[in-house]
Design a protein around this ligand. Structure first.
Ligand SMILES: CC(C)(COP(=O)(O)OP(=O)(O)OC[C@H]1O[C@@H](n2cnc3c(N)ncnc32)[C@H](O)[C@@H]1OP(=O)(O)O)[C@@H](O)C(=O)NCCC(=O)NCCS
Length: 432
């Protein structure tokens, strides 16, 4: 695709085009400038390697690179399936060129690429929440920060699974846990597929990006990976390795002024009892007195089976994955629907007019159609709010009650929310 384009609102002619491989170093320097970072050579090389596999959009003032964004070629789970999804990252504009439409131009380029490549959605994690709503991104998943006081045994209302716990070598994790994790993606919309490289370079790196005092990643499984005939039963061809009923990935840190810390990064389990066993393990590691879990699902069963909610506290909630419905029709027809619905929605979309206007959405568990119509609208909403509802995380009724959407026909949001509903809340673990 020809990537030359001139953004009309920029005062000097900023040009937007792909950044070639030879330009990655320059792009990284711009990103480090914008994010006030001066990483060591090893980190720079790591980012360079990551960017080799990314879409790279540059904004140029003459020959000078003044804006940069990258997009990972992710696959994200949506209700009933998964979709290709550019994952936008490294968003950087030179301090000399801010507020001149450089970001707006780069986002427009990225959207054009997504349309051309038939990626109906795009996504990002925002370091500043105020930026991306205007471009039609809505918060599709949320995370909870959970803290467990583990100076005393974790009090549980259910009996933990008593299968053995095993520590796994990080180098074995992509093979051993990859298939297990893949299976869990079907349960939760908003989950990223993890390639082997992603497992190794993002999850298993020895030094934590934000805290170099943390230990390397520790990986514990419930059940013995790969053991045929273990209590979870034999495997079938193409199924995850038998033997694992759950896993946790965590790091630890000794502290002089406070009890040692267990920082949990990921925990998946087949059953409540398996989850209970993993949480109990994390809370019982010697020389530690607190478990901090970042980004847990809002409907984490721990919050119900913990016997003492003074011991297990939700200390924060934050937006996770911001989703953009780049092609609303393709996105809506690609997901599954939990109940029948037949409504006309009027969508506002200032950036991608092909999405705007009245459409009849007819959906049921058997499929979905979404066609333009002249019929009056039952519901009016902005594309960013439709994105917030898309994975089942935010109800359209809640949007109406917040004054963000307008229900013209009573009963519309009730029917729509029953159809949009997912068994479990959407959730994203992988931040990028
Ligand atoms: C944030 C950043 C990318 C914005 O780039 P920019 O080229 O100045 O943005 P634009 O000129 O295209 O602005 C588009 C709109 O977004 C608004 N906007 C931009 N940055 C904003 C911010 N940090 N907070 C709130 N609004 C913001 C602008 O005011 C403008 O609004 P308008 O259309 O109503 O006039 C840039 O300032 C930057 O690189 N910052 C440091 C790195 C960073 O924070 N990256 C984002 C990581 S998620």
């Amino acid at each position: 695709m020809d990537m030359e384009a001139v953004h009309p609102s920029a005062p000097s002619p900023i040009q937007f085009r792909d950044i070639p491989e030879a330009g990655i170093d320059r792009a990284l320097s711009l990103a480090y400038l914008a994010f006030h970072q001066s990483p060591e050579d090893e980190k720079r090389k790591h980012n360079h390697d990551l960017l080799l596999g990314c879409t790279r959009v540059g904004a140029y003032d003459g020959d000078e690179l003044v804006g940069f964004l990258a997009a990972f070629p992710f696959t994200v789970s949506v209700p009933g399936g998964e979709l290709p999804c550019p994952g936008i990252t490294f968003v950087s504009v030179a301090p000399t060129h801010r507020r001149r439409g450089v970001l707006s131009g780069m986002i427009a380029e990225l959207f054009a690429k997504a349309v051309a490549e038939a990626s109906p959605i795009a996504a990002l994690w925002a370091s500043e929440d105020a930026i991306y709503g205007r471009f039609g991104f809505g918060v599709a998943t949320y995370g909870n920060t959970v803290e467990i006081d583990s100076r005393r045994p974790l009090a549980l209302r259910i009996a933990p699974d008593d299968r053995p716990l095993r520590l796994v070598d990080p180098s074995d994790v992509p093979d051993l846990l990859g298939p297990y994790y893949d299976r869990t993606r079907a349960d939760r919309p908003g989950r990223l597929a993890r390639t082997e490289a992603w497992w190794r370079e993002e999850w298993m790196v020895t030094e934590d990006e934000e805290d170099d005092e943390l230990s390397p990643p520790r990986i514990v499984t419930l059940g013995t990976p790969g053991s045929p005939g273990s209590p979870v039963g034999p495997g079938t061809p193409g199924s995850p390795p038998p033997g694992i009923a759950g896993y946790a990935i965590y790091r630890t840190k000794a502290r002089d002024d406070a009890p040692g810390l267990v920082r949990l990064d990921d925990l998946e389990a087949d059953t409540p009892a398996a989850a209970a066993a993993l949480w109990r393990y994390l809370a019982s590691i010697d020389l530690t007195g607190v478990v901090q879990a970042w980004g847990r699902p809002l409907d984490d069963p721990l919050l119900l089976f913990a016997a003492d909610r003074d011991q297990v506290r939700v200390t924060g909630q934050f937006p996770g994955l911001w989703v953009r419905l780049v092609d609303v029709r393709a996105a809506l027809t690609a997901r599954s629907w939990a109940a029948p619905v037949d409504v006309v929605i009027d969508v506002r979309d200032d950036h991608l007019p092909a999405n705007a206007g009245r459409h009849r959405l007819t959906a049921s568990p058997d499929g979905c159609t979404y066609e333009r119509t002249d019929r009056p609208a039952d519901l009016t909403l902005d594309v960013r709010d439709l994105a917030a509802a898309y994975l089942g995380g935010t109800g359209t009724d809640a949007l109406v009650r917040a004054g963000l959407a307008q229900e013209h026909t009573p009963g519309t949001t009730a029917a729509l929310d029953a159809a949009l509903r997912t068994a479990r809340l959407p959730h994203t673990v992988d931040e990028f």
